[in-house]
Design a protein. Sequence first.
Length: 422
Amino acid sequence: MKRTAIGFLGCGNIGCGVYRLLETHGETMAQNEGVAFDIRRILVRSPGKKRSWDIPAHLLTDRAEDVLDDPQIEIVMEFMGGEEPAASYMIEALRRGKTVVTANKMALAAHWEEIVRAAREHGAGLYYEASVCGAIPIIRALNESLQANRITSMMGIINGTTNYILTRMREEGAAYSDVLADAQRLGLAEPDPTADVEGYDAAYKLSILATLAFHRHVPVESVYREGITKITPQDVQYGREFGLTLKLLAVAREVDGRVEARVHPAFVPDSHPLAGVGGAFNAVYLNGHACGEMMFYGRGAGDMPTASALVSDMIKAAKAKRHMLPAVGDARCEMAEDWACVHFVRMQAKDEPGVLAQVAGLFARHGVSIASVAQKAGGDRPGAVQMIFLTHGGSEQAVRRALCELNHDIASVCSMIRVEGV
Ligand code: HSE
């Protein structure tokens, strides 16, 4: 039986999840896989702190060197979270030839080039299945199961917190702030929810997924990002009347050699497989030129789903004769400055003759084709109504230019939401 010495960097909920999985399932895994693990040291901020799983005190240390400098440790498990010092510790471990297994999308996306270079130059293993969509094996699918494909597009619900919020807004007609407060009470949203609700968490994950899908680096700074904080129950409800479900979508597509990578609220038709992905679940729906369409679905967060991916990476690393690094070239992707999609535009407008004609004329001048329009009572001002336009698929920049020229004496934009998967 091969025994592999491992060290942990961090031991919060996810670290405790890994410890627990090894303790409760390690023997079965050893029988099935022929590998066993010895935990040598665990870096924590406060060794005396109470944890969700009992861990022997002699394993705990508050000195990173006890893990990084230990020559017997072959695999460093990183679950500190945050960008630093996690990124520096991972690079240090790789430079010492140790394999790194990480759940840290932020550190990985923000320092992708340095981390991959350190692994390559030192022949070290780098495993990061848990960094995107928790237990869902999407990284392995892209790296090892779909290489025969040119991935043409990918759409994902890759943040569970926002999916929980939007699902409840749809089911209950509830306001964003009320559902967020509930999610915080239930531990499904952080006390500071910015990373989730403003789309940063999803942008880190999309940077990693798009880089692997298109084999060139898609830096996180190149990912267009919009969060869900301005979504109103009206948008959700009107979308519903059009047969649409609202999600925080991560979209990546390669068109004519340019890549678009974006995270923003988007409607999908109720009949689309992503529309049924409710609550805190994640899913990635992709298209490959050979495999066609595929969807991966499961739990994207939580201690045990994340531990499932981390321990699976550990087993793979321990059994590897040669570590595989991402098949990603040195060049960065050329990013698209515009993209085509259907747009849902909600306006508050004066209910007077000629208003609809003026707005329609403005769209026409910018080459935006209207697919349908609805007028609803209930503007905020007397004599105002809500107008909802659905465009045909077309340039986002054209829609933006048209809306910039809107005469505010007759109408103002309340929301502009993309529609994908039509
Ligand atoms: N808050 C994240 C989510 C956790 O909801 O998906 C995993 O990144």
